[in-house]
Design a protein around this ligand. Structure first.
Ligand code: ANZ
Length: 971
């Protein structure tokens, strides 16, 4: 019914007043153009060039400015008139919405294949969409539309990762509740996305801040808790005493708070932690089978950071040199170097440190610990940073050779990795080498490269090789002459036998800190009993535990999370024991909601379970997941972890959530040109500036720039070479492109097409406005080819110019080549080259005098995933009564793809009578038709009755005529 209404609406000419408006506006602009242009022309011709140049600069400038403004207006007008996208696009968006065209029903026919294509759902920031968003979204939309047309059930949803810091900070500053800000931002994002014509099933929209959604995030937390995968521990957090709050890592820059620049220290606090390390091996192993970018898999591998080595115990010595009960366990990946361990290092936070430090050194050690507490792990482990440390005053015995070696404290050893203590081997570890040189600690070479004599003892040698200087009669350990590998095994064997250590596998991966001292996040469904302090989970039946309303979001100043201000919410009773309790006031981190949202899209309204089993089994896993490379590690790792836990408890049926991940490239801002200046403010060429050092720079507008060879130079002085650079889009650089502006000026189809045409999907690309004009012109040409030229009043007549009738072989060839290329390129997510193929087709089609319906219809279907609004409109004008969204995507006929034609001999009654030119795989019927229409051959065949045809493809066509040779008409 709604459909029919649309027909009527579409078949009517656009309302008159629109035309009148645009026409008169056009007329007025035309007049202005002429006047300004005339002013300039007249000025020049009347006064001659010299006089014109003498005319007051301001008058001249204003005339030229007026001209360029008018030219700009005309340019915009001609773009607007390339085809009526501003009418077509909202109309089809309305149509899709009203007809629920892209709804994926709950009860899909599961005998059909499925395709689940997902975007990394956005955080709805106050800034709205930027042009980077539609890059990935257009790609997934093309895939979704393409697969629908290939007969797949497609799941293509969108939602919001809506908890997060910016809304909370805004709340602190303005008092506006984060829910209000977030809801407003979501509305803006949604309408922007709709204006781009993405075929999302909006009925599946979800938002992580809705209690119906986070009920299940909390449910997952309870499952983790039940399985010992969530626990509490004291861990260091970023504590800012001046602001009285705990800060997230991204709020700390160079050791001070991003807001206000106050010092931040690391302070231990009780926190919830998730035991992701229990899944380290599986997270590593299962990477191998994934169709993900190698770089992302490698980053995950490095993040998990599995290393094999040994834990070795070093006995601490008393002040009289005797062995004490204290033992320091070190983790080493190079047990083969144990004879070269000339000192030990403890991390400043090592638990044994205070018990072994000497009285004399304790003051220095305490000072050092305080300084180290202000540094992040990253700062501490930076290779370039000068190593620092203090002597603890204590010694330990190297178990391999019995020697006493000093114990140092240094922050290049982290408390959170391995055992927080190392055996330092300065001859073979760069950091230890630098440290030993600085503090005058002995260096002892124990490995030599196989190919030299080992006399280059200036630098550390971190590689493997042959072991030297490594035997001891006291301990009966001798590894001299062995290779590093064999020596390492031998040392481990010896350590295990003598109870000095054991083989050990370690991971860089840390357990996941799963709490923030923030308001705007999912409440953690746990309480603490008042009497014992014991933590008790909320029963699942009580979920969701909703976030209480709060008016004051400011930090408490004590480090207590803001939720502690919701006094009546915090005070509760444990439903099981009936005892008074206090709710957990930390909330979940922002990653929580995004860990499992892809599952909820399969069954977004289910109130009984996270996802229905049958639905999950059908839709899992996500077939293609597209998003930014910045999520290569954490988001993908965390969701894989949760997915594996859900797999273990039978909620999901696949081991991995995302079969194929693709990272779209970054879109950089338009190229900016900078001219260098000397101290007096004169322009100097960029290469001179480079030799002179730092110079002042001035931004040069594009119209003053020209290209000379491979460089950009000033138009008015080509000796001045400029610096041309594209930067990340940012407000401060003023190079941000707003997709809304682009849609207004060129239409959504042009934006979609341009973003796909900019370059290979996965590469970084530079925005270029003239590029978008190029694709817009292509769409205009396509429109005019199919609809015909505009009428004198600028409007287009209804329908199209296509004709019924058989296409020529040439036309078929153009079409099928285009089908073949577009299909192959969408399949391979090489969208830019697919567009080139369509451009070639349109160029070829402009040379035809007739445009057969079958060819044009197929082309419109090819275009539709890329430029769906225009394609729907053309499809409708071609006389179809419903959306093309579920039409069959055209299939290429291989017969028309071959480049070569062959000359086929034709015999009549066994006698050679001529040849015809055919496609190599030409069908018998086509060959016979060609022969019948051939001038020379037709006279043998015309009107004759045919007894038999013998056809050997590629070789010969022999036509045997009826022996009676009867005229067909006389029979
Ligand atoms: C002796 C040695 C000799 C080491 C040598 C290296 C080279 P991965 O591969 O990253 O696991 N290490 C151990 N725990 C540490 C900590 N908490 N903070 C800083 N460094 C630590 O690296 C393991 C190696 O890093 C270990 O092996 C240890 O130094 C150091 F020629 O032990 B090695």
């Amino acid at each position: 019914m709604l459909h029919t209404q649309l027909h009527i609406q579409l078949l009517q000419p656009p309302p008159l007043h629109r035309h009148a408006l645009s026409f008169s506006a056009y007329g007025r602009r035309k007049f202005t153009t002429t006047s300004a242009a005339t002013a300039v022309a007249v000025g020049k011709s009347c006064f001659g060039k010299g006089v014109w140049n003498g005319v007051s600069r301001s008058i001249r400038n204003s005339a030229t400015k007026e001209l360029s403004e008018v030219e700009e207006q005309d340019r915009k007008e001609s773009i607007r008139r390339a085809y009526p996208f501003h009418e077509i696009e909202p109309r089809w968006q309305r149509f899709w919405e009203e007809n629920r065209t892209f709804r994926t029903p709950d009860d899909v026919d599961t005998s059909k294949p499925k395709f689940y294509v997902l975007d990394m759902f956005p955080y709805p920031s106050g800034a709205g969409l930027h042009v980077g968003h539609p890059l990935g979204y257009t790609a997934t939309d093309i895939l979704a539309r393409f697969k629908r047309m290939q007969g797949y059930n497609v799941l293509h949803p969108m939602g919001w990762d809506a908890f997060g810091l910016p809304a909370e900070q805004y709340a602190i500053e303005t008092g506006t509740h984060p829910k209000i800000t977030t809801t407003r931002n979501i509305a803006r994002f949604r309408s922007q996305l709709k204006s781009l014509g993405f075929s999302y099933d909006w009925e599946r929209e979800i938002s992580t801040i809705e209690p119906e959604y986070y009920k299940w995030t909390q449910w997952i937390f309870l499952q983790l808790l039940k399985r010992g995968l969530a626990y509490q521990a004291e861990v260091p957090v970023n504590w800012c005493p001046a602001l009285g709050t705990v800060l997230a890592n991204e709020e700390v820059v160079d050791g001070v708070s991003e807001r206000g620049g106050h010092p931040v220290i690391r302070k231990p606090m009780r926190q919830w932690i998730l035991k992701i390390t229990a899944y380290a091996d599986r997270l590593l192993e299962d990477l191998d089978d994934l169709n993900w970018p190698e770089s992302v898999k490698e980053m995950q591998r490095n993040w998990i950071g599995r290393s094999e080595g040994a834990e070795v115990e070093f006995c601490v010595l008393n002040s009289d040199g005797q062995e004490s009960d204290n033992k320091i366990t070190v983790y080493t990946t190079r047990p083969d170097t144990i004879f070269g361990a000339t000192y030990l290092v403890l991390a400043p936070e090592h638990f044994l440190l205070s018990s072994l430090v000497s009285t004399v050194q304790s003051k220095y050690v305490e000072e050092y610990k305080e300084i180290a507490s202000r540094k992040s792990d990253l700062e501490r482990t930076e290779l370039q940073k000068e190593k620092t440390g203090v002597f603890s005053g204590a010694y330990a015995r190297n178990p391999a050779n019995g020697e006493a070696i000093p114990i140092w404290v240094a922050d290049y050893v982290l408390g959170s990795y391995g055992t927080g203590a190392i055996m330092a081997v300065p001859a073979h570890d760069t950091r230890d080498h630098e440290f030993a040189l600085k503090y005058d600690i002995p260096i002892c070479w124990v490995v030599t490269p196989n190919d030299i004599n080992g006399d280059d003892f200036e630098k550390p040698y971190p590689g493997e090789g042959l072991i030297i200087n490594s035997s001891s009669s006291t301990t009966a350990l001798d590894i001299n002459g062995l290779s590093s590998k064999v020596a390492a095994s031998k040392v481990i064997e010896w350590a295990e036998k003598t109870a000095h250590g054991k083989k050990k596998v370690n991971y860089k991966l840390r357990d996941w800190l799963f709490a923030r001292q923030r308001y705007w996040g999912e409440p953690i469904p746990v309480s603490f009993l008042d009497d014992s302090g014991e933590s008790v989970p909320l029963p699942e039946t009580e979920l969701p535990l909703t976030l209480p309303e709060l008016d004051d979001f400011t930090p408490t100043g004590t480090g207590e999370p803001p939720l502690s201000k919701a006094v009546s919410w915090v005070k509760t009773t444990d439903p099981l024991s009936g005892k008074p309790a206090r709710r957990e006031t930390s909330t979940m981190p922002q990653w929580a909601g995004s860990c499992w949202y892809y599952l909820r899209f399969m069954d977004p309204k289910n109130s009984d379970s996270l996802v229905d089993k049958k639905k999950e089994m059908y839709w899992s896993p996500v077939d293609v997941y597209v998003g930014g490379a910045e999520h290569a590690v954490l988001h993908l790792l965390y969701s894989r972890f949760w997915h594996k836990v859900l797999y273990d408890i039978g909620v999901v049926s696949t081991k991995e959530p995302f079969k194929c991940v693709i990272n779209q490239g970054i879109i950089l801002g338009e190229v900016q040109y900078m001219a260098c200046k000397d101290q007096d403010g004169n322009y100097i060429s960029a290469e001179t500036a480079a030799t002179l050092g730092e110079q002042a720079q001035e931004r040069i507008p594009e119209e003053k720039v020209t290209k000379s060879g491979e460089y950009f130079v000033l138009k008015e002085n080509p000796d001045i070479r400029l610096i041309a650079r594209a930067h990340k889009m940012s407000k401060s650089r003023g190079n941000v492109i707003n997709p809304d502006d682009v849609v207004l000026e060129y239409g959504a189809d042009s934006l979609r097409l341009y973003e796909m045409f900019m370059g290979p999907f996965r590469d970084s690309k530079v925005w270029n406005t003239s590029g978008i004009e190029g694709v817009h012109r292509f769409l205009g040409r396509t429109w005019r080819l199919i609809v015909g030229a505009p009428l004198p009043n600028g409007a287009y007549s209804d329908g199209t110019v296509v004709v019924d009738g058989e296409p020529t072989v040439d036309q078929l060839r153009s079409l099928h080549r285009c089908i073949d290329k577009v299909t192959e390129e969408i399949d391979g997510t090489r969208f830019n080259t697919g567009i080139s193929a369509m451009m070639e087709f349109i160029n070829a089609a402009y040379k035809w005098d007739k445009h057969p319906r079958s060819i044009i219809e197929a082309f419109v279907l090819l275009l539709s995933p890329y430029a769906p609004h225009m394609a729907e409109e053309l499809w409708f004008r071609l006389g179809h009564k419903s959306s093309l969204a579920y039409e069959t995507f055209p299939k290429a006929n291989p017969a028309y793809l071959k480049d070569s034609t062959i000359v086929l001999p034709v015999q009549i009654n066994g006698k050679m009578r001529g040849t015809i030119e055919v496609e190599e795989g030409c069908a018998e019927e086509d060959a016979f038709n060609l022969a019948s229409s051939d001038e020379r051959l037709s006279k043998f065949l015309d009107g004759k009755s045919i007894k038999k045809r013998i056809y050997v493809p590629g070789k010969i066509l022999n036509v045997i005529l009826d022996s009676k040779n009867v005229k067909v008409g006389t029979r």
